[in-house]
Design a protein around this ligand. Structure first.
Ligand SMILES: [Zn+2]
Length: 368
Protein backbone atom coordinates (compact mmCIF):
# COMPACT_ATOMS: atom_id res chain seq x y z
CA UNK A 1 0.00 0.00 0.00
CA UNK A 2 1.58 3.29 -1.10
CA UNK A 3 0.05 6.67 -0.48
CA UNK A 4 1.62 9.57 -2.33
CA UNK A 5 2.07 12.99 -0.75
CA UNK A 6 2.72 15.72 -3.31
CA UNK A 7 3.97 19.05 -2.05
CA UNK A 8 6.55 21.75 -2.84
CA UNK A 9 7.97 24.45 -0.55
CA UNK A 10 7.72 26.96 -3.42
CA UNK A 11 3.93 26.86 -3.22
CA UNK A 12 4.21 28.24 0.31
CA UNK A 13 5.84 31.35 -1.16
CA UNK A 14 2.68 32.47 -2.92
CA UNK A 15 1.59 35.73 -1.32
CA UNK A 16 -1.17 38.20 -1.84
CA UNK A 17 -1.83 41.80 -1.07
CA UNK A 18 -2.26 43.64 2.15
CA UNK A 19 -5.46 42.26 3.58
CA UNK A 20 -6.90 41.90 7.06
CA UNK A 21 -8.71 38.59 6.65
CA UNK A 22 -10.92 39.11 3.59
CA UNK A 23 -10.92 42.92 3.64
CA UNK A 24 -8.23 45.08 2.02
CA UNK A 25 -6.61 47.28 4.63
CA UNK A 26 -7.41 50.97 4.51
CA UNK A 27 -10.21 53.19 5.70
CA UNK A 28 -11.33 51.71 8.99
CA UNK A 29 -9.57 48.36 8.38
CA UNK A 30 -6.27 48.45 10.24
CA UNK A 31 -3.50 46.17 8.98
CA UNK A 32 -3.06 43.05 11.10
CA UNK A 33 0.22 42.51 12.92
CA UNK A 34 0.57 39.15 11.18
CA UNK A 35 -1.45 40.40 8.28
CA UNK A 36 -2.62 38.97 5.04
CA UNK A 37 -5.38 36.85 3.64
CA UNK A 38 -6.55 33.88 5.70
CA UNK A 39 -5.22 31.69 2.87
CA UNK A 40 -1.73 31.86 4.37
CA UNK A 41 1.14 29.40 3.99
CA UNK A 42 1.08 28.64 7.69
CA UNK A 43 -1.90 26.29 7.69
CA UNK A 44 -0.18 24.15 5.08
CA UNK A 45 3.35 24.42 6.45
CA UNK A 46 2.22 23.52 9.97
CA UNK A 47 0.45 20.42 8.62
CA UNK A 48 3.65 19.29 6.90
CA UNK A 49 5.66 20.14 10.03
CA UNK A 50 3.34 18.09 12.25
CA UNK A 51 3.65 15.15 9.86
CA UNK A 52 7.44 15.45 10.00
CA UNK A 53 7.46 15.64 13.81
CA UNK A 54 5.23 12.59 14.31
CA UNK A 55 6.93 10.62 11.55
CA UNK A 56 3.82 10.22 9.39
CA UNK A 57 5.78 11.61 6.44
CA UNK A 58 8.02 8.54 6.49
CA UNK A 59 4.98 6.31 5.89
CA UNK A 60 4.16 8.21 2.69
CA UNK A 61 5.70 8.35 -0.77
CA UNK A 62 6.72 12.03 -0.68
CA UNK A 63 7.07 13.65 -4.08
CA UNK A 64 7.04 16.98 -5.87
CA UNK A 65 6.00 17.59 -9.46
CA UNK A 66 6.69 19.88 -12.42
CA UNK A 67 4.46 22.84 -13.21
CA UNK A 68 1.33 22.04 -15.19
CA UNK A 69 2.10 22.68 -18.86
CA UNK A 70 0.51 25.34 -21.05
CA UNK A 71 -1.46 22.59 -22.78
CA UNK A 72 -2.72 21.41 -19.39
CA UNK A 73 -3.86 24.91 -18.41
CA UNK A 74 -5.43 25.67 -21.79
CA UNK A 75 -7.81 22.72 -21.52
CA UNK A 76 -9.62 24.59 -18.72
CA UNK A 77 -8.66 28.27 -18.93
CA UNK A 78 -8.79 30.54 -22.01
CA UNK A 79 -5.51 31.94 -23.37
CA UNK A 80 -6.80 35.49 -22.72
CA UNK A 81 -6.93 34.81 -18.97
CA UNK A 82 -3.65 32.90 -18.82
CA UNK A 83 -1.84 35.61 -20.82
CA UNK A 84 -3.18 38.38 -18.55
CA UNK A 85 -2.23 36.37 -15.44
CA UNK A 86 1.31 35.71 -16.71
CA UNK A 87 1.84 39.34 -17.76
CA UNK A 88 0.69 40.77 -14.44
CA UNK A 89 2.70 38.17 -12.53
CA UNK A 90 5.83 39.15 -14.49
CA UNK A 91 5.09 42.84 -13.89
CA UNK A 92 5.07 42.59 -10.10
CA UNK A 93 1.72 41.02 -9.35
CA UNK A 94 -1.78 42.31 -8.79
CA UNK A 95 -5.38 41.19 -8.82
CA UNK A 96 -7.50 39.86 -11.71
CA UNK A 97 -10.59 38.68 -9.86
CA UNK A 98 -12.03 38.68 -6.37
CA UNK A 99 -9.75 38.06 -3.37
CA UNK A 100 -7.04 36.50 -5.50
CA UNK A 101 -4.04 38.85 -5.23
CA UNK A 102 -0.66 37.49 -6.22
CA UNK A 103 2.93 38.68 -6.29
CA UNK A 104 5.75 38.34 -8.80
CA UNK A 105 5.96 34.71 -9.86
CA UNK A 106 2.41 33.97 -8.80
CA UNK A 107 1.67 32.49 -12.20
CA UNK A 108 4.45 29.92 -11.93
CA UNK A 109 3.45 29.01 -8.36
CA UNK A 110 -0.18 28.52 -9.40
CA UNK A 111 0.97 26.33 -12.31
CA UNK A 112 3.06 24.32 -9.84
CA UNK A 113 0.05 23.96 -7.53
CA UNK A 114 -1.94 22.57 -10.46
CA UNK A 115 1.03 20.39 -11.42
CA UNK A 116 0.97 18.70 -8.01
CA UNK A 117 -2.67 17.73 -8.64
CA UNK A 118 -1.91 16.55 -12.17
CA UNK A 119 0.97 14.37 -10.97
CA UNK A 120 -1.00 12.92 -8.04
CA UNK A 121 -3.94 11.89 -10.20
CA UNK A 122 -1.64 10.61 -12.96
CA UNK A 123 0.30 8.41 -10.51
CA UNK A 124 -2.87 6.89 -9.04
CA UNK A 125 -4.45 6.23 -12.43
CA UNK A 126 -1.30 4.51 -13.71
CA UNK A 127 -1.17 2.38 -10.56
CA UNK A 128 2.18 3.78 -9.44
CA UNK A 129 0.47 4.76 -6.19
CA UNK A 130 -2.62 3.34 -4.51
CA UNK A 131 -3.95 6.75 -3.55
CA UNK A 132 -2.54 10.23 -2.98
CA UNK A 133 -2.78 13.62 -1.34
CA UNK A 134 -1.81 16.79 -3.23
CA UNK A 135 -0.98 19.72 -0.94
CA UNK A 136 -1.82 22.19 -3.70
CA UNK A 137 -1.53 25.91 -2.96
CA UNK A 138 -3.06 28.22 -4.07
CA UNK A 139 -6.34 26.26 -3.96
CA UNK A 140 -8.53 25.80 -7.03
CA UNK A 141 -12.19 24.91 -6.56
CA UNK A 142 -13.60 28.44 -6.78
CA UNK A 143 -11.73 29.35 -9.96
CA UNK A 144 -13.87 29.78 -13.07
CA UNK A 145 -12.26 29.42 -16.50
CA UNK A 146 -11.72 33.18 -16.82
CA UNK A 147 -12.43 34.57 -13.36
CA UNK A 148 -10.26 33.78 -10.32
CA UNK A 149 -12.01 34.15 -6.98
CA UNK A 150 -11.91 32.97 -3.39
CA UNK A 151 -8.08 32.67 -3.24
CA UNK A 152 -8.19 30.33 -6.29
CA UNK A 153 -6.15 31.28 -9.38
CA UNK A 154 -6.34 28.10 -11.46
CA UNK A 155 -8.79 25.22 -11.12
CA UNK A 156 -6.32 22.54 -10.04
CA UNK A 157 -8.73 19.59 -10.03
CA UNK A 158 -10.27 20.39 -13.41
CA UNK A 159 -6.81 20.81 -14.92
CA UNK A 160 -5.83 17.40 -13.57
CA UNK A 161 -9.03 15.72 -14.76
CA UNK A 162 -8.66 17.12 -18.26
CA UNK A 163 -5.00 16.07 -18.38
CA UNK A 164 -5.97 12.52 -17.40
CA UNK A 165 -8.81 12.36 -19.90
CA UNK A 166 -6.59 13.70 -22.69
CA UNK A 167 -4.26 10.76 -22.11
CA UNK A 168 -7.16 8.30 -22.08
CA UNK A 169 -6.47 7.40 -18.46
CA UNK A 170 -9.99 7.99 -17.15
CA UNK A 171 -13.37 8.63 -18.66
CA UNK A 172 -15.71 9.09 -15.68
CA UNK A 173 -14.59 11.05 -12.62
CA UNK A 174 -16.45 11.86 -9.40
CA UNK A 175 -15.43 15.04 -7.58
CA UNK A 176 -16.48 15.19 -3.93
CA UNK A 177 -15.95 18.70 -2.54
CA UNK A 178 -16.12 18.81 1.27
CA UNK A 179 -14.50 22.22 1.56
CA UNK A 180 -17.03 24.24 3.59
CA UNK A 181 -17.53 26.67 0.70
CA UNK A 182 -19.35 25.90 -2.54
CA UNK A 183 -17.16 24.49 -5.30
CA UNK A 184 -18.55 26.99 -7.78
CA UNK A 185 -15.63 26.88 -10.19
CA UNK A 186 -15.65 23.11 -10.62
CA UNK A 187 -19.45 23.14 -10.84
CA UNK A 188 -19.36 25.74 -13.63
CA UNK A 189 -16.69 23.91 -15.64
CA UNK A 190 -18.63 20.65 -15.61
CA UNK A 191 -22.22 21.92 -15.43
CA UNK A 192 -23.18 20.63 -18.89
CA UNK A 193 -21.26 17.34 -18.80
CA UNK A 194 -22.36 13.86 -17.81
CA UNK A 195 -18.87 12.32 -17.54
CA UNK A 196 -17.88 14.29 -14.43
CA UNK A 197 -20.09 14.04 -11.33
CA UNK A 198 -19.63 17.07 -9.09
CA UNK A 199 -20.83 16.95 -5.48
CA UNK A 200 -20.35 19.85 -3.08
CA UNK A 201 -21.17 19.76 0.64
CA UNK A 202 -21.04 23.34 1.87
CA UNK A 203 -22.41 25.71 4.47
CA UNK A 204 -25.43 27.43 2.92
CA UNK A 205 -25.09 31.11 2.07
CA UNK A 206 -21.42 31.29 2.90
CA UNK A 207 -19.11 31.73 -0.12
CA UNK A 208 -19.93 32.53 -2.80
CA UNK A 209 -23.17 34.03 -1.51
CA UNK A 210 -26.18 32.89 -3.58
CA UNK A 211 -24.27 29.94 -4.99
CA UNK A 212 -24.64 26.20 -4.50
CA UNK A 213 -28.41 25.76 -4.31
CA UNK A 214 -29.78 22.25 -3.96
CA UNK A 215 -31.85 22.85 -7.10
CA UNK A 216 -28.77 23.50 -9.29
CA UNK A 217 -28.50 20.05 -10.91
CA UNK A 218 -26.68 20.78 -14.19
CA UNK A 219 -27.91 21.55 -17.70
CA UNK A 220 -28.23 19.67 -20.97
CA UNK A 221 -26.28 16.43 -20.89
CA UNK A 222 -25.10 17.45 -17.42
CA UNK A 223 -28.60 17.49 -15.95
CA UNK A 224 -28.49 15.40 -12.78
CA UNK A 225 -24.70 15.25 -12.64
CA UNK A 226 -24.25 18.17 -10.25
CA UNK A 227 -25.27 17.70 -6.62
CA UNK A 228 -25.24 20.50 -4.08
CA UNK A 229 -25.70 19.71 -0.40
CA UNK A 230 -26.06 23.05 1.40
CA UNK A 231 -25.97 22.46 5.15
CA UNK A 232 -26.94 24.87 7.91
CA UNK A 233 -24.49 26.75 10.09
CA UNK A 234 -23.89 24.65 13.19
CA UNK A 235 -23.73 21.31 11.37
CA UNK A 236 -21.16 19.12 13.07
CA UNK A 237 -19.67 15.64 12.99
CA UNK A 238 -22.90 13.65 12.75
CA UNK A 239 -24.40 15.90 10.06
CA UNK A 240 -21.37 15.54 7.84
CA UNK A 241 -21.41 11.77 8.12
CA UNK A 242 -25.14 11.69 7.48
CA UNK A 243 -24.70 13.75 4.30
CA UNK A 244 -22.07 11.25 3.19
CA UNK A 245 -24.16 8.17 3.97
CA UNK A 246 -27.50 9.44 2.67
CA UNK A 247 -26.38 11.28 -0.48
CA UNK A 248 -22.68 11.06 -1.36
CA UNK A 249 -22.28 7.29 -1.16
CA UNK A 250 -25.36 6.36 -3.22
CA UNK A 251 -24.67 9.09 -5.78
CA UNK A 252 -21.09 8.00 -6.40
CA UNK A 253 -22.05 4.33 -6.35
CA UNK A 254 -24.71 4.92 -9.03
CA UNK A 255 -22.27 6.97 -11.12
CA UNK A 256 -19.51 4.30 -11.00
CA UNK A 257 -16.50 6.55 -11.72
CA UNK A 258 -12.98 5.45 -12.66
CA UNK A 259 -11.56 7.54 -9.80
CA UNK A 260 -12.81 9.69 -6.90
CA UNK A 261 -11.19 13.08 -6.38
CA UNK A 262 -11.85 14.97 -3.14
CA UNK A 263 -11.64 18.75 -3.00
CA UNK A 264 -10.33 18.54 0.55
CA UNK A 265 -10.84 21.71 2.52
CA UNK A 266 -10.46 21.69 6.30
CA UNK A 267 -12.47 24.90 6.73
CA UNK A 268 -15.57 23.13 8.06
CA UNK A 269 -13.70 22.79 11.35
CA UNK A 270 -14.85 24.20 14.68
CA UNK A 271 -12.01 26.72 14.73
CA UNK A 272 -12.20 28.02 11.19
CA UNK A 273 -12.62 31.80 10.89
CA UNK A 274 -14.47 31.54 7.53
CA UNK A 275 -17.30 29.19 8.49
CA UNK A 276 -19.74 28.37 11.26
CA UNK A 277 -19.73 24.57 11.09
CA UNK A 278 -18.43 22.20 13.76
CA UNK A 279 -16.40 19.45 12.09
CA UNK A 280 -13.44 18.03 14.01
CA UNK A 281 -10.32 16.10 13.09
CA UNK A 282 -12.36 12.93 13.69
CA UNK A 283 -14.92 14.12 11.13
CA UNK A 284 -12.24 14.37 8.47
CA UNK A 285 -10.74 11.03 9.49
CA UNK A 286 -14.15 9.36 9.20
CA UNK A 287 -15.04 11.06 5.90
CA UNK A 288 -11.70 9.91 4.49
CA UNK A 289 -12.20 6.33 5.71
CA UNK A 290 -15.70 6.15 4.22
CA UNK A 291 -14.53 7.64 0.91
CA UNK A 292 -11.63 5.21 0.82
CA UNK A 293 -13.93 2.21 1.36
CA UNK A 294 -16.26 3.56 -1.32
CA UNK A 295 -13.35 3.87 -3.75
CA UNK A 296 -12.22 0.32 -2.95
CA UNK A 297 -15.72 -0.96 -3.66
CA UNK A 298 -16.31 0.82 -6.97
CA UNK A 299 -13.05 1.94 -8.60
CA UNK A 300 -10.22 -0.22 -7.37
CA UNK A 301 -9.39 2.17 -4.53
CA UNK A 302 -8.41 4.98 -6.89
CA UNK A 303 -8.69 8.09 -4.73
CA UNK A 304 -6.89 11.44 -4.69
CA UNK A 305 -7.41 14.22 -2.18
CA UNK A 306 -6.47 17.72 -3.34
CA UNK A 307 -6.01 20.39 -0.67
CA UNK A 308 -8.39 23.36 -0.85
CA UNK A 309 -9.26 25.71 2.04
CA UNK A 310 -8.73 25.57 5.79
CA UNK A 311 -7.78 28.67 7.71
CA UNK A 312 -7.18 27.72 11.33
CA UNK A 313 -3.43 27.64 11.80
CA UNK A 314 -3.75 25.59 14.98
CA UNK A 315 -6.35 23.07 13.86
CA UNK A 316 -5.74 22.38 10.15
CA UNK A 317 -2.61 20.38 11.05
CA UNK A 318 -4.59 17.97 13.25
CA UNK A 319 -7.42 17.67 10.71
CA UNK A 320 -4.93 17.03 7.92
CA UNK A 321 -2.93 14.54 9.97
CA UNK A 322 -6.04 12.50 10.77
CA UNK A 323 -7.00 12.56 7.09
CA UNK A 324 -3.59 11.34 5.94
CA UNK A 325 -3.50 8.66 8.65
CA UNK A 326 -6.79 7.32 7.32
CA UNK A 327 -5.78 7.59 3.68
CA UNK A 328 -2.50 5.73 4.22
CA UNK A 329 -3.55 3.24 6.92
CA UNK A 330 -0.66 4.62 8.98
CA UNK A 331 -0.47 3.85 12.68
CA UNK A 332 1.46 7.06 13.33
CA UNK A 333 -0.94 9.28 15.23
CA UNK A 334 -1.18 12.90 16.31
CA UNK A 335 -3.73 12.86 19.15
CA UNK A 336 -6.03 15.85 18.79
CA UNK A 337 -5.60 17.98 21.94
CA UNK A 338 -8.93 19.70 21.27
CA UNK A 339 -11.07 16.62 20.79
CA UNK A 340 -12.72 16.49 24.22
CA UNK A 341 -13.81 20.12 24.18
CA UNK A 342 -14.90 20.07 20.54
CA UNK A 343 -17.04 17.00 21.16
CA UNK A 344 -18.99 19.03 23.72
CA UNK A 345 -19.59 21.79 21.17
CA UNK A 346 -21.56 19.53 18.83
CA UNK A 347 -25.27 20.30 18.19
CA UNK A 348 -27.77 19.31 20.89
CA UNK A 349 -30.23 16.50 20.11
CA UNK A 350 -33.00 18.85 18.96
CA UNK A 351 -30.73 20.69 16.51
CA UNK A 352 -29.16 17.40 15.42
CA UNK A 353 -32.64 16.15 14.54
CA UNK A 354 -33.28 19.28 12.50
CA UNK A 355 -30.02 18.88 10.58
CA UNK A 356 -30.84 15.22 9.94
CA UNK A 357 -34.29 16.14 8.61
CA UNK A 358 -32.76 18.72 6.26
CA UNK A 359 -30.29 16.18 4.89
CA UNK A 360 -32.91 13.44 4.62
CA UNK A 361 -35.19 15.79 2.67
CA UNK A 362 -32.37 16.55 0.23
CA UNK A 363 -31.66 12.84 -0.11
CA UNK A 364 -35.32 12.20 -1.00
CA UNK A 365 -35.22 15.09 -3.51
CA UNK A 366 -32.21 13.44 -5.17
CA UNK A 367 -34.06 10.13 -5.27
CA UNK A 368 -32.05 8.32 -2.58
ZN1 LIG B 1 -13.30 26.93 1.58
Amino acid sequence: MATGFFWDEKTFWHTGGNYAMTQPVGGLVQPLSAGGLPESPETKRRLKNLMDVTGLTTDLDVRTAPMATSDDLLRVHPASYLDAFKALSDAGGGELGQRTPFATGGYEIAALSAGLSVAAIDAVLTGALDNAYALSRPPGHHCLPDFPNGFCLLNNIAIAIEAAQSKGMASKVAVLDWDVHHGNGTEAIYYNRDDILTISIHQENNYPIDSGAVTDRGVGAGEGFNINIPIPAGTGHEGYLRAFDRIVRPAITDFAPDIIIVACGFDASVLDPLSQTLATAETFRELTLRTKILAENICGGKLVLVHEGGYSEVYVPFCGHATLEALSDSTVSAPDPYEASFRKRQPNPRFEAFIASEIDQMARDFGF
